[in-house]
Design a binder for this molecule. Structure first.
Ligand code: 5GP
Length: 114
């Protein structure tokens, strides 16, 4: 079944892409947990990190480098948090792998789960 992120990537649901390349897109989280809260989403629909495999090594590295670039471009490059929830038991709600990038206030104030 297609997730909301697959629909956003396919253009079926309109979204403002802050970045896009052949491997991923970046959108703002609809329910931000920090002043800057972005989602780096691979085009490949890996349901969760636990289901990634060694062939995804370069893609996973790319996602983190895009997270770094986005943090820099959005003014939080000096202090930001990246979170990948893998599994409903830790709060994953959209089963299409994504990296949360959060910053803009003290890291201790930020949620670990979203
Ligand atoms: P998870 O809990 O799976 O790690 O994170 C999913 C995130 O996706 C949540 O922070 C939630 O606010 C965000 N989200 C869910 N639906 C949408 C949507 O339609 N648009 C955007 N931009 N974010 C969404």
């Amino acid at each position: 079944m297609s997730t909301i992120f697959a629909k956003i990537i396919a253009g079926e649901i309109p979204a403002d892409f802050l970045h896009e390349d052949e491997q991923c897109v970046v959108i703002r989280d609809i329910q931000p947990q920090a002043p800057v809260h972005l989602l780096v989403i691979p085009r490949k629909p890996i349901p969760k990190l636990a289901e990634a495999d060694p062939a995804d090594q370069a893609l996973l590295g790319h996602l983190l480098l895009v997270a770094r670039q986005m943090a820099h471009e959005h003014g939080i490059g000096d202090a930001f948090r990246t979170v990948i929830n893998s599994g409903a038991g830790v709060g994953q709600t959209v089963f299409h792998l994504h990296v949360h990038v959060m910053g803009g206030h003290r890291a201790s104030e930020q949620s670990l789960n979203s």
